[in-house]
Write a protein that binds this ligand. Structure first.
Ligand SMILES: NC(=O)c1ccc[n+]([C@@H]2O[C@H](COP(=O)([O-])OP(=O)(O)OC[C@H]3O[C@@H](n4cnc5c(N)ncnc54)[C@H](O)[C@@H]3O)[C@@H](O)[C@H]2O)c1
Length: 428
């Protein structure tokens, strides 16, 4: 592999990443009653992690104390974007942040394959967690996150910030009030040009980067630019394709509007009609989720920038009194025989972050706008669509057991193998 070998990593960081002392601490190590000031750390500092660092720094009652990335360049870029960098300590290894007793809350904005391992370790160490979407790289991890938040009584907010957009909340309420009539179908649209990534050669990771820690639970693979920042989304070892990347926002809104949780069946034909490059994940997917009394249809086309039904990324709800659309233009309703009307605006990252801090201060996980239970359900839709595409057939889903009925190939994809030293922490 690279110049940063596994042996080097183990020498410098100490064996067993997820066996840190922090991970076996009881929740009692954290102050029983939160102070009026929440102390926050951000783990993973790409464009989204920088947004977290800058955003949490500005929230009243929240103090940013630490940032963490395995890439020193990302740490430097983040520090230079902060208002008060002198208050913030930088880390390469997230375990040292989890060891700090003065830190109450963390953001996880790493690639998807690290979301659940870090979020679980953090809750075990007594921290509240804001975890980016999709909360889990597979369905088993999502089940554990829900269990951990419940067991340790932690706030675990999911990065589906549409849940905190007032306009979207109003649009959902409009449907709950019956004003769109009986809603029997919703579309989740993910429609945009995502350029091919070409073929990237193997090379050494950039100097100073802890690539072994970046790989974490994933199998060892030589470094390539396409498996690195942002482009990892297109490899199953780390990402969930654009369905788990952008599509999850629309899946979440569709599921919320329909008022449903887990599907009983999923069929998701899809594949690569456009890419001929390093991509492993599909550029085209048409998924149908069956619930009692309604259908959710997800359409993904990554080949060109044009809007479907007026939206690139958006939702359409079909009721028997009209149609409601939620997209980048905000929320619009067209009742039969009436002109289109604006209902309100779109998603709100700042409000989602503020809501997290307020719930931590009030010790009130029930007040979260985007709780992990909802995040897990929406991530499950993305994972099931990907599994159906990968095995090439319709899945019957047993939501009580979180299993695909009678489909051993599909069930293998509900979990992953963890690289030695990076196993998931046990809930103690
Ligand atoms: N909610 C939203 O609207 C939204 C928007 C963009 C991205 N995201 C999510 O945020 C996450 C990050 O996305 P991005 O575009 O910033 O990706 P990115 O690849 O640019 O950034 C991820 C960063 O995490 C770092 N990292 C990897 N492993 C780490 C580890 N073990 N410890 C510390 N740092 C580690 C990487 O070095 C990198 O700097 C993704 O899961 C993505 O889905 C959410």
């Amino acid at each position: 592999m690279s110049s940063v070998t596994r042996r080097n990593f183990l020498k410098t960081a100490g064996a067993g990443v997820l066996a840190s002392s922090a991970l076996v601490q009881a929740t009692s190590s954290v102050r029983a009653a939160p102070s009026r000031q929440v102390r926050h750390a951000v783990i993973g500092l790409g464009s989204q992690g920088r947004r977290h660092a800058k955003g949490f720094e500005q929230i009243p009652n929240c103090e940013l104390l630490a940032i963490c990335d395995v890439d020193p360049e990302q740490r430097a870029k983040t520090l230079s974007a902060l208002k008060n960098p002198e208050n913030v300590k930088e880390y390469e290894d997230f375990r040292h942040i989890l060891d700090r007793k003065d830190i109450d809350t963390i953001s996880v904005a790493t690639p998807d394959h690290w979301h659940a391992p870090i979020a679980l370790a953090a809750m075990i160490a007594g921290k509240h967690v804001y975890v980016e979407k999709p909360c889990c790289h597979n369905i088993r991890e999502g089940q554990l996150l829900v269990e951990a938040a419940e067991k340790y009584k932690k706030c675990c907010q999911h990065g589906t910030q549409s849940r905190s957009g007032q306009g979207i909340k109003d649009a959902i309420q409009f449907m709950r009030d019956g004003k769109l009539g009986k809603v029997r179908a919703a579309k989740a649209i993910n429609h945009q040009l995502r350029e091919p990534v070409g073929r990237a050669p193997e090379e050494n990771p950039p100097t100073g980067v802890n690539y072994d820690l970046w790989l974490g639970p994933a199998p060892v693979h030589a470094f390539t630019r396409n498996r690195w920042h942002y482009e990892w989304h297109w490899f199953w070892d780390y990402g969930t394709g654009d369905t788990g990347n952008d599509g999850i926002h629309q899946m979440d809104i569709a599921r919320w509007g329909l008022g449903v949780q887990f599907p009983k069946a999923v069929s998701a034909p899809g594949g690569q009609l456009f890419y001929e490059d390093d991509h492993e994940t599909p550029d085209t997917q048409i998924a149908t989720f069956e619930f009692d009394g309604c259908y959710l249809i997800y359409e993904m086309r990554l080949w060109t920038d044009y809007p479907l039904e007026g939206h690139d990324n958006g939702n359409v709800f079909y009721g028997d009194k009209g149609v409601l659309e939620i997209g980048r233009r905000g929320c619009e309703v067209t009742l039969i025989g009436e002109p289109k009307k604006q209902l309100g605006g779109g998603s709100d990252w700042d409000a989602n972050a503020r809501n997290f801090i307020e719930c931590v201060l009030a010790n009130n996980p029930a007040g979260l706008n985007a709780p992990i239970t909802e995040g897990f359900a929406s991530a499950t839709l993305c994972h099931l669509a990907n599994i159906s595409t990968r095995v090439g057939r319709k899945l019957q889903y047993d939501a009580a057991k979180h299993e695909c009925i009678g489909d051993a190939d599909a069930n293998k994809l509900l979990a992953r193998e963890y690289r030695q030293g990076y196993e998931l922490p046990k809930l103690v």
